[in-house]
Design a protein around this ligand. Structure first.
Ligand code: GLN
Ligand code: ZN
Length: 757
């Protein structure tokens, strides 16, 4: 039997973020369309050549995108909302970018972008397809066929990748219409697209239906049945591709769809392989995602070989990463600064393809032909198992010693709020902000100069102190009741803490696309976490020394640090989270000891960490809430614990939000007219809430009257005593010219309402 290898998608941003720079040049008017497309073509060829050289047999085409592959699919289907003014099927590149980013109103009308949201449980954002009642779909430019031909012309026989119809429809947002009403129309267009691919010469097509790893409704199931009955007749053989988890109760169903191949994720759900082998017909080509496409760890090749040998003896196999490599950085070899010991444990996209090649050769020709590669893998695995850099017995001991008392505040909320009212002496409708103030050009320049070594530590420190002082003085003058230091010293709310904790490593080139030209470099949580020294206390102490008003301590919570990092795969996520929680707890206690009376622990990413399957929610929420409480509960009753969550879907998790037992929570509500407070009211949420009274995601300056109105609306649901007044989120992306009038109006709004009581 033969083993081949595939990649399901390669990082499109380029090894040195070439795509980012090409896009930004184009958007700023410094390059024309031809230049942009040339840059893109160069990246595509380089990616094909690279994957081929690494030994991949099945190369993807159409995985590259100028912005987002879901948007590409929407354009091919002609699903362009009317407001962009394109005739169905005729959208050009300018329309494409308008949908992706909106347009600024210079001269012409300004258009809002399509909504963006996270792709399943990744940190990659896609553009949500929109379908309106009465909308006409029509075949757009078939970029997928162009990409296939482009590869072919360079001698690469590729397997085109497209987002499957049921996943696309499931992610679409219908306005006055159920997206599934469009099923037949959409399937008709998919048939034509597949027909064109066949005609061009594509033998196989990879059709991605990650929706199959989620809880399916009857509607989705019958749509899948209908879709694949129809599309399997359209020409190319289909490799139905699933990832981000196990098929679970959809497994037999997926294996029975009339497709030629099925890809499963054997990293997140290794147990599904045996189940699949029992039900999969011999004629179904199986593609096994055995190398982790979502994480940066090197694979244990020997263990994989043991697992795969008996399977490969029975049938042809394709080996692949679990999902597209879009979610990992490109090439570990570019990393120059990473600690050598940590580096040997890692594999980025390029290294993962090489691992697959090693497995393939070993399975086809025996392990001897790749002895060195296997030995290197075994050595890395052994070193990770035993390295003292990873395993810190003191941390293990501390986690073992956690008691229930440590996750409980001394008194209940009612008692605490009395003590805190005395300690803090705040007015009704206290005003505050979420933490950060504008990260100005000057701050970014100073940080860059400091990182390059062009600005010495003391100059940089003095600069940051001056910024902090200015922010404190301004907040006092503005009349805010609870101040913040401004977070000027922070590059990023997770990285800043990761850099000061043991157990984290940082790359210099490990970029991963977040959306469009935006990339992030997630921290790598490789070992047991502890906090060698206080992280924020000095900044807080300095800020508090400048004012009589209380200054909030400002921390990122354990769940958010975990969810925005590449994390260990050698222990459960919750174990890593608990270690981070203990480190944050130390910081909370040190802040309290320094005299801090209110400490905010941000959990911006708690909700987005929800697993894809509903049945897995509660276990996740239980340990996530537990970790928050562990971080927050080491303080006296008089210390006020705040938390912040920048989203607005709480209805499903209200009980868990309550269980976090924070004294004050600030949330995003400005755009939903305070409606979501209804849920908090229904749940009789006891603590205080700061519903964001203006949207910080736009430069628009709100006026006093509209905020007064919003706070009045909030009082329909909550008692005035429960309410805080604050913006939606941190102000780091705004300009001071916007922040100042907005906050002034916000404070005025609070004063107006106070006068009424
Ligand atoms: N304290 C952080 C800030 O203000 C919170 C940001 C967030 O939740 N995304 O920037
Ligand atoms: Zn926020």
């Amino acid at each position: 039997m033969t083993v081949t290898t595939a990649t399901l998608g390669f990082p499109r941003i380029g090894p040195r973020r070439e795509l980012k720079f090409a896009l930004e040049r184009h958007w700023s008017g410094k390059s024309d369309e031809t230049e942009l497309l040339e840059a893109a073509a160069g990246l595509k060829s380089a990616a094909w050549a690279r994957q081929r050289a690494l030994g991949a047999d099945w190369l993807p085409s159409g995985d590259f995108s100028l912005y987002d592959h879901v948007l590409d699919m929407s354009l091919m289907l002609g699903a362009v909302p009317q407001r962009y003014g394109a005739q169905p099927g005729t959208a050009d590149l300018a329309t494409y970018f308008a949908m992706a980013r909106g347009t600024k109103g210079t001269g012409g009308e300004s258009l809002t972008a399509c909504e963006m949201t996270k792709w399943f449980d990744t940190n990659y954002h896609f553009l949500v397809p929109e379908l309106h009642a009465g909308q006409k779909l029509a075949l757009g430019r078939l970029t997928i066929v162009d990409a296939w031909r482009e590869a072919k012309a360079q001698g690469f026989e590729t397997r085109p990748v497209i987002v499957g119809p049921v996943t696309w429809l499931s992610l679409a947002k219908g306005q006055d219409v159920d997206p599934f009403d469009y099923l037949d129309e959409v399937l008709g267009l998919y048939s034509v697209i597949l027909g064109h691919l066949r005609e061009a010469g594509a033998e196989w097509v990879q059709i991605d239906e990650p929706i199959l790893v989620t809880d399916l409704s009857d509607q989705q199931r019958s749509a899948l049945t209908r879709a694949y009955a129809r599309l399997s007749r359209s020409g190319p053989k289909l490799m139905l591709t699933t990832y981000f988890g196990g098929l679970g109760d959809n497994l037999s169903f997926a294996a029975s769809l009339p497709v030629a191949g099925l890809h499963i994720d054997c990293v997140r759900a290794p147990e599904q392989l045996d189940r699949l082998l029992k039900v999969a017909p011999k004629s179904l080509l199986l593609s096994l995602g055995v190398v982790d496409g979502r994480n940066i760890w090197r694979a244990d090749l020997e263990a994989l070989l043991d697992r795969l040998e008996p399977v490969a003896a029975l049938r042809d196999l394709v080996l692949a990463p679990s999902c597209s490599l879009l979610h990992v950085p490109v090439d570990l070899d570019l990393e120059r600064k990473l600690d050598g010991e940590v580096k040997q444990w890692l594999a980025f996209a390029v290294q993962k393809i090489a691992e697959l090649t090693t497995l393939k050769v070993a399975l086809n020709h025996g392990g001897d032909s790749v002895r060195e590669e296997l030995a290197a893998s075994a050595k890395a695995v052994a070193s990770r198992k035993h390295s003292p850099r990873i395993h810190d017995p003191k941390v293990a001991e501390r986690v073992r010693a956690v008691t229930d008392d440590m996750r409980r505040r001394k008194s209940g909320h009612a008692e605490r709020s009395r003590v805190q009212a005395d300690a803090l002496d705040l007015p009704l409708f206290p005003t505050t902000t979420i933490g950060s103030f504008p990260q100005t050009e000057a701050i970014r320049k100073a940080r860059a100069a400091h990182n390059r070594g062009d600005m010495c530590a003391s100059t940089y420190d003095a600069f940051l102190r001056a910024e902090t002082e200015r922010a404190i003085r301004w907040q006092e003058a503005a009349g805010l009741d609870m101040l913040v230091h401004g977070e000027f010293e922070r590059n990023d709310m997770v990285q800043y803490f990761g850099e000061q904790l043991s157990g984290f490593a940082f790359t210099t080139t490990g970029w991963v696309q977040s959306y469009g030209s935006r990339c992030v470099r997630p921290p790598i949580l490789f070992g047991d976490v502890s906090r060698p020294a206080p992280m924020t206390v000095e900044w807080w102490r300095y800020a508090q020394s400048l004012t009589e008003k209380p200054v909030k301590g400002m921390l990122t919570g354990p769940v958010t640090i975990l969810n925005w990092s590449f994390v260990r795969d050698d222990q459960p996520r919750e174990d890593s989270c608990r270690q981070i929680a203990l480190a944050i707890r130390d910081e909370v206690q040190d802040l309290e000891e320094a005299g801090c009376r209110a400490i905010q622990i941000d959990e911006a990413a708690l909700r987005e960490g929800l697993p894809l399957r509903r049945a897995d929610w509660q276990p996740y929420l239980d340990w996530a809430v537990d970790c928050f409480r562990l971080a927050a509960s080491g303080v006296e009753d008089a210390t006020q614990i705040h938390t912040h969550m920048c989203y607005s879907e709480f209805n499903d998790i209200l009980a868990d939000i309550g269980a976090m037992d924070a004294d004050v929570i600030s949330i995003e509500t400005a755009r939903s007219q305070m409606e979501l407070l209804e849920g908090f009211a229904r749940y009789e949420y006891p603590a205080a809430i700061g519903p964001g009274v203006y949207d910080i995601h736009t430069p628009r300056v709100p006026d006093e009257a509209e905020m007064v109105n919003l706070i009045r609306l909030a009082q329909l649901h909550l008692s005035p005593k429960q309410l805080w007044v604050n913006p939606d989120c941190g102000l780091k992306t705004r300009k001071w010219e916007e922040v100042k009038p907005s906050i002034n109006a916000m404070v005025a709004a609070a004063q107006t309402l106070r006068a009424e009581h």
